[in-house]
Design a binder for this molecule. Sequence first.
Ligand code: CA
Length: 291
Amino acid sequence: MNAYGAAAAALLLSVCAFARTVPSPEMIDLPGGTFRMGSDSGGEDEKPLREVTVGPFAIGRYEVTVAEFAAFAEAVNLKQDGGCRYYAGDQRLSDPARTFSNIGHAQTARHPVVCVSYDEAVRYAAWLSKQASARYRLPTEAEWEYAARAGTLDEAQWSDPALACLYANVSDRSREAAVKAGRFENNTNIPNAFSAFPCVDGAIATAAVGGRIANAFGLYDMLGNAWEMTSGCFEFEKDAAGAATVKCLRQAARGGSWLLSPPFIRYANRGSIQHDHRNFTIGFRLVRELQ
Ligand SMILES: [Ca+2]
């Protein structure tokens, strides 16, 4: 075997070993392009509607799952001190017993991982990159919104809220019934907290990924299910003069979650999380850079 053959064989062995040992996210290559990002009719932080260009990249077909994150957690012996945040009426509480594997609600290996911090998501991407000899990372906000829109200028995959449950796990009638029966947490800080989409998606918390209709790029759950953390900054700490940015206080998350009602489940809507906080509505999806 010549040097080229030996190198190719080594690469093949490496790829096979990676596929065998690490449950890595399934990725879809996107061509990149120019799209219209944001909204002129949404929140101030969504404005203005503007043209943005992103290069080609690959992105997870699904949100990162419990099984995928668990492989990392086991490999690095991850300790999740500090608990995970959840809601009880107008209270935002942190339960020290909640972790990604114990979010306070039933979940399977195919559910989106939540109760993970931004720091942990970044660490997972770095670990996966090393295993795969590829560069995985969180998407920028522009990459996320380009992938989510998949060419549409609409606010979501549906125009009729009654059809939302075909495309996304949202705050639906089944969750609303559980809340009204006092069997479930609700966040009453959210305007419209007790309203729901007028349909039934069958999930009162997170749902296994890929259970609904994909977008035009073949990506599932870009809206609803778990909020998806991005590398974008939602709020900066400024210097004393209020001019220069010192550091990011809150990372931007996109897509909304199973907890949210109209009008929060939209491509342009933005949420946030502190880098070391965990929340039972917030997970992530990875990008893999293309050579
Ligand atoms: Ca739901």
